[in-house]
Design a protein around this ligand. Structure first.
Ligand code: TYM
Length: 380
């Protein structure tokens, strides 16, 4: 029977069954045991691990072994720039910051202005490059360590990446790339080469690379793992997140091309309130009377899910909200108001940090300790 959902780097459709996806993609579930091991190493667990937002991995156990042995590891993640980031895009970055803080490791962030341009007939390169600047501000606002983080834009950093990318490209055939990404002979040739550029940063250091990202990016890492060892590098490890569901319902992922499905990082308090009140899919009953009698369903309720993913970090409070909503004591409007307040506080702080980020772009891209090292080095 065909699956009722699709997850590719370009499309997430239907209600994703994450357990099935683990089997389909051949990844591993993050077990309680593995979580305990992380807790023992760094003293606590991020809310997104406690709540299984990050739910799947490859070789995370080996990364922890390397860390324990003092060999260390490095982090790598990325972003295809678009006109305005939404709140879902921040998930991997917020979690990556936690990993960087706890393990004190280098982090590489690839901004794929090339990918975005080549994938969309309607975008100009000038557009994707200006969106790169804009998105970098949002990423810096998350609070990464400027000495240990290098943010690079493909169209600028290509010269330094190229020697690695050509080695990777020589190992991949068109038929593998075509099958992995569903390309065909009418695809532009940039997209056929592009996977080499997304794989290249996994080889920026001779240590094991850990990639925190949404699980939609997994196809790239499958190719990487097929070829890495033959080039003298480790197979990249991953830690995969679920998708923050769109406002309009628990299916698919938020889409920038559909503004009412998402809260943008630039949305002002009034817009946030209007979108949540108007569009947020509710698991509540149609009338107050019915709601008091039968209660709401938090599993399908998007405001509850958003609070659960990370906007309400307090485990006792989220449990209380869940119980009150399920029992009918808390109404849909009240639940939505909790989310509106949390979101607006979060966004206010984000915007403040985003302003400060303007002074830091140069540091993360060129002048910081790691950035400088990377510009001086041509990868062999
Ligand atoms: P992009 O720009 O589509 O997405 C950036 C990151 O955000 C994740 N993501 C989400 N996570 C949770 N909920 C959502 N609703 C949601 N929507 C998007 C994505 O999984 C991704 O982690 N090709 C990449 C850019 C890239 C990259 C990388 C990503 C280059 N190198 C290394 C991750 C790791 C892209 O188009 O990402």
């Amino acid at each position: 029977m065909p699956d009722e959902f699709t997850v590719t780097p370009w499309e997430v459709k239907g209600k994703v069954d994450y357990d099935k996806l683990i089997v389909q993609f051949g990844t591993q579930k993050i077990t309680e045991e593995l979580k305990q091991r992380m807790r023992n190493l760094v003293g606590e667990l991020h809310v997104m691990l406690r709540r299984n937002v990050f739910f799947s991995h490859r070789d995370l156990d080996l990364v922890l072994n390397d860390y324990e042995k003092g060999k260390g590891f490095f982090l790598y993640t990325g972003r295809a720039p678009s006109l305005g980031m939404h709140i879902g895009h921040l998930i991997p970055f917020i979690f990556t910051k936690w990993l960087q803080d706890k393990f004190n490791v280098n982090l590489y962030i690839e901004i794929t202005d090339d990918e975005k341009f080549m994938r969309n007939p309607e975008y100009t390169l000038d557009q994707t490059r200006s969106w790169a600047y804009d998105n970098i501000l949002d990423i810096i606002a998350v609070g990464f360590n400027p000495d240990k983080t290098f943010i690079f834009q493909d169209t600028e950093y290509i010269r330094n990446m190229y020697p690695i990318a050509v080695k990777i490209a020589k190992k991949l055939t068109f038929s593998e790339v075509r099958a992995t990404f569903g390309l065909d002979v009418s695809s532009n040739i940039g997209l056929i080469f592009y996977p080499a550029l997304q794989i290249a940063p996994t080889m920026f250091e001779k240590k094991r690379c850990l990639i925190p990202a949404g699980i939609d990016q997994d196809p790239y890492w499958r190719l990487q793992r097929d070829i890495a060892e033959s080039l003298g590098y480790y197979k990249a490890a991953q830690i995969h997140s679920k998708f923050l569901p769109p406002l309009t319902g628990p299916e698919g992922k938020m889409s920038s091309s559909n503004p009412e499905t998402a809260i943008y990082l630039v949305d002002d308090p009034k817009t946030v309130e209007r979108k949540i009140m108007k569009y947020a899919f509710s698991g509540g009953q149609p009338t107050i009377e019915l709601h008091r009698k039968y209660g709401g369903n938090p599993e399908i309720d998007v405001p509850f899910q958003w609070l659960y993913y990370f906007f309400e970090e307090d485990d006792n409070r989220i449990k209380e909200i869940e119980e009150e909503y399920r029992s009918g004591k808390m109404l849909t409007g009240e639940l939505k108001q909790i989310l509106i307040d949390k979101l607006n506080n979060f966004l206010e702080e984000h915007r403040r940090r985003r302003e400060e980020a303007k002074e830091l772009v140069h540091v993360f891209k060129y002048d910081g300790k790691l950035a400088k090292q990377m510009w001086e080095r041509i990868h062999e």
